[in-house]
Design a protein. Structure first.
Length: 344
């Protein structure tokens, strides 16, 4: 990523083992994330060219001398961050705050580069804590759904868990991107009775309904909130899953929650949405969530993916080779694609 609308495919030296606790993974599939669009659009400045991509699956080709869990030949899912799996925060279920953690495309805790996931090979620091091995390479048809466990499916699940979705819940999902659609799927999986998907795009509306939404609201802002209240008999939703991260989306989420309801927010904040504390206080509305600790959710969600109980890989409505990376970004930027899968 060189800057706004400037993503280039370049040939770099293959990564090498360097810290003892690392592994080299040959990437089988990666993807473009909605958060990758912020630097692509120039919203987040790019100070210097850097490797990008944080969602990938692949096969372990080499392991460092100190790696004891992950083995060469394992097919692995990589979460969108690096963690050791053993620090106090990891043990408390918040592996995104790992004291030894770092991010793809940035230096690790020892100052060694960790490659971006949109590439052929990745050096994975803290391999035992970071990578989730599932054994042999699965059927190719399963790959897209497995890739979603690196971020979007687990993030949608985090929104649902944070909002307290349970059997019989009335749920509103704000956002119709890949995370929002996976949040619909997560709400259905957890037993929600009514799921309102807020979307203005016919293809995304159709997918939301296939994933388990019971109602679609195409209106936004106050009109969208009014529509939710009409659908819920003037009460509002038990649980609202905020999957966008803008000031407008948070206002819509707050307005859609009933008194005593909960909002699970996972949308990457863009523009600094602020919480109206008196509204929360007066209505006993709770807000919980944040960056999703997806590594901890993989074991719970994987069996349902492998059995086909959930098929989150359907959010990938554009499959491209890595050579077409510029088209992958452009298609998502122009909303011609929900999410682009990169097949290597």
């Amino acid at each position: 990523m060189y800057g706004a609308r400037d993503v280039r495919l370049e040939t770099l030296p293959d990564p090498q083992l360097s810290t003892g606790d690392d592994a080299i993974v040959r990437v089988v599939a990666a993807c473009v994330c909605g958060s990758d669009l912020w630097p692509y659009r120039g919203v987040t400045p790019v100070a210097a060219p850097r490797q990008v991509g944080h969602e990938f699956v692949g096969v372990v080709e080499q392991i460092g001398r100190d790696v004891g869990v992950v083995k060469s030949g394992d097919f692995v899912i990589a979460p969108f961050y690096i963690c050791d799996g053993s620090c106090s925060h990891c043990r408390n279920g918040v592996s995104t705050s790992c004291v030894n953690g770092s991010w793809w495309g940035s230096p690790d805790r020892k100052g060694r580069p960790a490659d971006g996931g949109q590439g052929e090979y990745v050096r994975v620091p803290l391999a035992d804590g970071t990578l989730f091995p599932i054994g042999d390479t699965p059927d190719p048809a399963m790959i897209p759904s497995l890739v979603t466990l690196s971020d979007v499916m687990c993030t949608g699940h985090h929104a649902a868990v944070s909002a307290g979705v349970r059997p019989g819940s009335v749920v509103v999902v704000v956002g119709d991107g890949a995370v929002g659609l996976c949040a619909v799927l997560a709400a259905r999986r957890l037993g929600a009775e009514t799921i309102v998907a807020m979307s203005r795009h016919p293809a995304r509306q159709a997918m939301a309904l296939e994933f388990g939404a019971t109602h679609i609201v195409a209106d936004r802002a106050d009109a969208g909130v009014s529509a939710v209240h009409r659908l819920t008999g003037g009460i509002g939703a038990d649980c609202v899953l905020e999957c966008v991260g803008t000031e407008q989306s948070m206002r819509q989420a707050l307005g859609s929650a009933r008194p005593g309801g909960r909002i699970g927010f996972v949308g990457l904040p863009n523009g600094g949405p602020k919480l109206p504390i008196m509204h929360l206080f007066d209505n006993n509305v709770g807000v919980q969530g944040g960056i999703a600790p997806v590594r901890g959710y993989m074991a719970d969600l994987l069996p349902d993916v492998l059995t086909g109980t959930i098929t989150p890989g359907r959010v990938f409505d554009l499959h491209l080779p890595l050579a077409d990376i510029t088209e992958a970004y452009l298609a998502m930027d122009q909303r011609r694609a929900i999410k682009a899968l990169l097949v290597l």
